[in-house]
Structure formats: C-alpha cells, structure tokens
Design a protein around this ligand. Structure first.
Ligand SMILES: Nc1ncnc2c1ncn2[C@@H]1O[C@H](COP(=O)(O)OP(=O)(O)O)[C@@H](O)[C@H]1O
Ligand SMILES: [Mg+2]
Length: 239
C-alpha cells in the first residue's frame, strides 16, 4: 500500500468580488508516493505546486477527489481529527519558514510539542536534541533575526521533525539560499530521508534533483512524471 495516494484530485479557487470566477489550479491529479521516497515537485511559478503541497498536507481540501495517507482518507475526517492526524503524521517547512520572531530557536522548535502532555522540561530536551541534529545546538537561544537564512531554515526543519512525523512537506526550502547553503540543507534532508522520513519537496531548481529519488512536474494543473530510470537516463511519462 502506498503511503500517500492522490485520486482524481481537482482544486478550484473561487475568486473574490469582481473576479472573473473560478480558476482550476489542479486538474484531475493522480499520484502515489511510497514510504521512504524523497520526491521533488517541479513546476513554473503559479503552476499549483504550493496548492498541491497544502492539499497533500491536510491543510487545504480539494474541490473533488481524495487524498489517502496510510489508508486514511484525510478529508473525510472532521477538522479536529484532521488536525490530530496532521500532528501525528506531518511536518511542514513553509516557504518563508514562518518562525515566530520573538521566540528563540528553541522555543520555535517547541511549538508543536505544546499540545502534547509532556512536561516543559521534557519539551525543551526534545527541542534541544533536534536542534543538535540539524547542527544548531549552540544557537538554541538565538532569535530568528540573529540567525542566517540557512540557519532559520534549519530551525524550521527542526520544528517540522520534532514530533517525529512520517512525512515532511517542504515548500521551496532552498529557494532563497546561496548554492552552498542550499546544498547543506539538501544534505540534511537526504540524511533525514535515509533515516526513513518520506519527503516531498517543492523546487524550481533542477540542480536539486541530484538529491531526490524521484521527481514529478506540474504544468497547467496536470502532472508529468520524470522518473529516474536504471542506468541514469530519465524517462518522461504523462500520467
Ligand atoms: N487562496 C487562493 N485563492 C485564489 N487563488 C489562489 C489561492 N492560492 C493560490 N491561488 C492561485 O492558484 C495558482 C497556483 O498558485 P500556487 O499553488 O501558489 O502556485 P506555485 O506554488 O506553483 O507558484 C496561482 O494562479 C495563484 O494565484
Ligand atoms: Mg509556491
């Protein structure tokens, strides 16, 4: 059984007042993602990458179709159960990191633990351990604006993994980084993937494909698959 199954997913956005009506951003998308994959989602700006990621990440219901994760049709859950599901299965690394500016790195990483029943001391210990894992153990007490872009990204990754989710969704995590820092972040994702995390990463940079196990592209709301074939030559199939 695939870890993530997307069946006939379409997503329309209905514009605000005075707009010309509905826009279909995702058109009948089908995709299966196996546990342990490191999948890249490519596509030009405005092609629907962030929308697809949020639909997959239990944050944004499709207009039609189903998303099934670990056998659970996630949009059939009510809001509260879907939030619980997200908490258990999913870590999100947002495009602009979305760190809370007045909280330290450690406190930002502790945020997802707030609703657990663990003691404050235990939460701090867990957050510290994850910060060490991403190479920021010594900077735990810094505020986001006292960290570089790459370091803020690492804090966002630490926050995404502190709950030990099954799946990480990362929206252009290297988009605003220089190539050396970007490569370090990709190395970190690869290490997490090798520990068993399934990772789905949006990127518009084809150089990042050297790190992933498979890529799919989105064009005009539809998916094109670029699979890494044996022998190194890529095959392109339309779904
Ligand atoms: N909440 C929304 N309401 C209306 N239109 C939206 C909304 N979010 C995104 N869109 C539109 O959907 C299209 C795809 O957006 P997005 O998924 O952000 O693309 P990408 O991440 O590939 O740049 C764009 O035309 C965007 O303007
Ligand atoms: Mg986007």
């Amino acid at each position: 059984m695939s870890l993530i199954k997307i069946e006939n997913v379409s997503k329309m956005y209905f514009g605000g007042e005075g707009s010309e009506g509905a826009v279909e951003v995702l058109k009948n998308i089908n995709l299966q993602i196996e546990k342990g994959e490191f999948l890249a989602l490519l596509g030009p700006s405005g092609s629907g990458k962030s929308t697809l990621l949020s639909v997959l990440g239990a944050l944004n219901p499709p207009t039609s179709g189903q998303v099934i994760i670990d056998g659970i049709p996630i949009y059939e859950l009510d809001r509260e159960r879907r939030a619980d599901f997200r908490h258990e299965y999913i870590g999100f690394v947002f495009q602009q990191y979305q760190l809370i500016p007045y909280l330290t790195a450690l406190e930002n990483v502790m945020l997802p633990l707030a609703i657990t029943k663990r003691s404050d001391k235990e939460q701090r210990k867990m957050a510290q351990r994850v910060l060490e894992k991403v190479g920021l153990g010594k900077k735990a007490s810094r505020l986001p604006n006292q960290l570089s872009g790459g370091e803020q990204n690492r804090v966002a990754i630490a926050r995404a993994i502190v709950n030990e989710p099954e799946i990480i969704f990362a929206d252009e995590p290297t988009g605003s980084l220089d190539s050396k820092t970007a490569n370090e972040i990709l190395d970190l994702f690869r290490a997490l993937n090798q520990e068993g995390l399934t990772i789905i990463m949006v990127t518009h940079n084809e150089e990042n494909l050297a790190w992933v196990s498979r890529s799919v592209s989105i064009r005009d709301g539809q998916l094109l698959a670029t699979s890494k074939a044996e022998g190194g030559r890529d095959e392109v199939n339309a779904y």
